[in-house]
Design a protein around this ligand. Structure first.
Ligand SMILES: Cc1cc2nc3c(=O)[nH]c(=O)nc-3n(C[C@H](O)[C@H](O)[C@H](O)COP(=O)(O)OP(=O)(O)OC[C@H]3O[C@@H](n4cnc5c(N)ncnc54)[C@H](O)[C@@H]3O)c2cc1C
Length: 406
């Protein structure tokens, strides 16, 4: 009998894994509980995703060419989106997930993946295979349905029912909340090709607040770590207050929130099972970025799986984990350090904002973000950056610390 793979979750990660498996001719089933409502998301995607996953640019609402960083004390720094070698590929793509995810899912189905509308409820894994149970949304209390497969891929997000059914503990989670706001054209012009990032305990003691432009609206949101998630709504209100008159005349289109995993899982592959994207905890918090990482991990997991479908043991499938950390471990470690260093307290947020005015920092940041590689920094560049950072650290050293305001 032909080997089959069941993927739970047909969002960015699951759909990319399905396309990769179908390209290798493997029978693939996508089980997804929600086919209409979009995943709450800021929708910022690096250009690398469009090349690497062969995605048309027509899915992009806007190309952001300029980032405005605002510090807790209201210092404004404008950062052009440009890498070391400026080119037409210098941008941050803004997408709406209802458009982006549907396209990826439709492509997987056109490639031959079978899409099943249902909610995973149970999982049994034996030497002989995987047996998953699910409920269909049209009959949630009716009898459970079954899917048999050789391997299961959990692409089911931050709460990952697959991970839970595998017996894994929940990961620590942050919450991100945002509003989609329709603006009159004269106000929308302000966000033509600009995205804003706001730092400060009043908007986010742990991460940052954002205003991202979409084709006819902006999304205004904040991220809050586990100890501040109860205050998420109040922090979002503060974020809107900081944007002030820029939001005048705006109307609320949608308020949405969802969890973000705080850290990667120690193990991402098991006997006949793999976890990708948010289910594996693969979000980078410095930028709150998870779309690219979900797609990349979906692709990498599927590629490793195609080599081991005859013997999908934990030992074989963990080649995915090893490959992942070999490729991205250094970048991930650096970004974790940057998050700790830059968002640790408001004084550091001021230093972080000033650091964003340094041309070398700008180039290195966008090389890494846009092209997903650690850009090399020659020693002279490192000396210049270190000098600027030290000056800024000294200048802000005596700033009083504010309590979290909500
Ligand atoms: C408010 C907010 C803003 C964000 N902004 C950005 C941003 O600007 N850029 C960025 O890169 N990242 C951003 N992220 C993170 C990004 O949304 C996630 O990292 C990304 O969506 C992860 O993709 P995924 O495929 O792993 O999981 P998800 O996109 O979470 O998809 C999981 C899928 O699994 C399905 N599912 C869950 N349970 C079941 C079940 N029992 N049965 C069947 N199906 C199930 C869900 O319906 C869903 O479709 C943001 C997140 C939030 C919450």
């Amino acid at each position: 009998m032909a080997q089959r793979v069941l993927i739970v979750g047909a969002s960015v990660g699951g759909a990319t894994a399905a396309s990769t498996l179908r390209a290798a001719g493997i029978e693939t089933i996508l089980l997804e509980r929600e086919l209409v409502k979009p995943k709450p998301c800021g929708g910022a995607v690096p250009p690398a995703a469009f090349h690497e996953f062969d995605i048309p640019q027509s899915l992009i609402d806007r190309k952001v060419k300029n980032c405005l960083i605002v510090s807790p004390s209201d210092q404004h720094v404008n950062v052009p989106v440009a890498g070391s070698t400026p080119g037409s590929d210098d941008y941050v793509a803004m997408v709406r997930r209802e458009v982006f995810d549907h396209w990826l899912r439709d492509r997987a189905v056109a490639q031959g993946a079978e899409l099943v509308h249902g909610t995973l409820t149970g999982l049994t894994i034996t030497d002989r295979g995987v047996r998953a149970t699910y409920h269909t949304p049209s009959d949630p209390t009716g009898p459970e349905q079954f899917i048999h497969a050789d391997v299961i891929i959990g692409a089911d997000g931050a709460y990952s029912p697959t991970a839970k059914l595998l017996g894994l503990p929940p990961t620590k989670r942050a919450i991100a909340i945002q509003e989609r706001i329709m603006l009159p054209p004269e106000k929308m012009a302000r966000w033509q090709d600009t995205a804003d990032l706001y730092l400060g305990y009043d908007v986010s003691p742990d991460f940052y607040g954002w205003a991202f432009p979409k084709y006819d609206h902006i999304t205004v949101g904040i991220g809050a770590g586990p100890s501040n998630s109860q205050q998420a709504r109040a922090l979002l209100a503060n974020m809107k207050a900081r944007l002030g008159s820029a939001l005048e005349g705006g109307t609320l289109k949608l308020r949405e929130a969802h969890a973000l995993p705080m850290e990667p899982r120690k193990q991402m592959a098991f006997d006949r099972a793999m976890l990708i994207g948010d289910a594996a905890g693969l979000v980078v918090h410095t930028s709150g970025e998870g779309i690219y990482w979900a797609m990349k991990s979906g692709q990498m997991a599927a590629q490793v799986l195609t080599q081991h479908l005859d013997a999908p043991t934990a030992k074989n499938l963990r080649a995915y984990e090893r490959q992942w950390w070999r490729t991205y471990g250094t970048m991930y470690g650096f970004l974790r350090w940057l998050e700790w260093w830059g968002y640790g307290n408001e004084r550091q947020m001021e230093v972080f904002t000033e650091m964003c005015a340094n041309k070398d920092v700008q180039r290195l940041t966008f090389d890494s973000y846009m092209h997903k590689r650690m850009a090399p920094a020659p020693w002279l560049t490192q000396m210049r950056m270190t000098g600027d950072i030290l000056v800024s650290e000294v200048r802000h050293h005596f700033l009083p610390r504010r309590p979290v305001v909500a």
